[in-house]
Design a protein around this ligand. Sequence first.
Ligand code: HEM
Length: 350
Amino acid sequence: MTTATLTAVPQASSAANRRAVALWLLGVALLVFLMAMVGAATRLTESGLSMVRWEPLTVIPPITEAQWQAELDAYRASPQYQQVNRGMSLAEFQEIYWWEFAHRQLGRFIGLAYALPLLAFALARRIPEGYGPRLFGLLALGGLQGAIGWWMVASGLVDEPAVSHYRLATHLSVALILFGGLLWTALDLLDTRTTTDSRKLRSLSAVMLGLLGLQIVFGAFVAGLDAGFAFNTWPLMGDRFMPLGTFGATWWHDLHSNPVTVQFIHRLLAYLLFGHGLILAWRAWTLGDETLRSWAVALVGILTLQMVLGIATVMLGVPVALGTAHQGGAVALLGVTLVLMHRVWHPAAR
Ligand code: HEM
């Protein structure tokens, strides 16, 4: 049976079907949000390299003493054990193992929470007309994300006991594209329209999304290079706004691989994003649409919270809880930006 035959259905565009599919997509988006936070905690507790094999179909953790010992033995061959955790006890190993195990299991659970209802909706011919390719495309992207996760982990299992920050940025970006795709599709189905039609607001919201995307990539660079530890002062970095040596002769390399430069750019983009977010919210507020106003307030609230979380993360030396909350804040900010953007990009016909 092809995607087209599964989705070409008589009652496909009924309101009830659209609502059911939208609610399911929102539920999966929520799981992806949770997954991003578990992913951040996994990285911040330095647990991500504890499982040195990729066995996508294994769902049972080690149980017996012998099984645990075998996992630890496999880990002992990794650069992280050799260079960072030499002599680690089984109890200490289990602690980091559980984080990575939870991250992988949650990934599998999300895969099932998406694939099974998708199949059920398709077989019951309840996928609204025109949405089949998009829904199956999101399934493929989810599968790709699992493979990217392993590609990222694999970069930390040879020579250096750390994953490539480019691969970390790819993994985070695809997670957020998935989150955005789920949310946007749900909003399309729920048909959330505003009566306001402002070209200016459309451009402002698109620029907001672009800046946010860039900021998230730089956030992943900060995380992947441990650049949060480069300076723990704010608003200055040490005693300067821009530390000496931020851009050297190899400025192009500094731009994406020097921890000091990367932290500096992440701060700069945050100020830009904050200023731009305030202008966008103000503009949305003045249009007079009540729901849009609520989302404008939500945008300012989450943006402010995200700034405070980032600053606290830097100043307190990247504690696990704050780093995790900062990652969650980025996803929430993306969510609010997309909802606002969706409303202004899909005005109701007057
Ligand atoms: C709207 C503003 C901001 C957004 C959207 C944002 C987003 C992000 C994202 C997505 C990450 C990656 C997290 C991860 O991969 O675990 C990150 C990391 C980080 N951000 Fe921000 N950030 C913002 C503002 C700030 C500010 C103002 C600061 C400090 C002045 C800051 C400091 C950090 C630090 C230190 C990390 C690394 C934390 C770690 O190692 O887990 N951020 N940010």
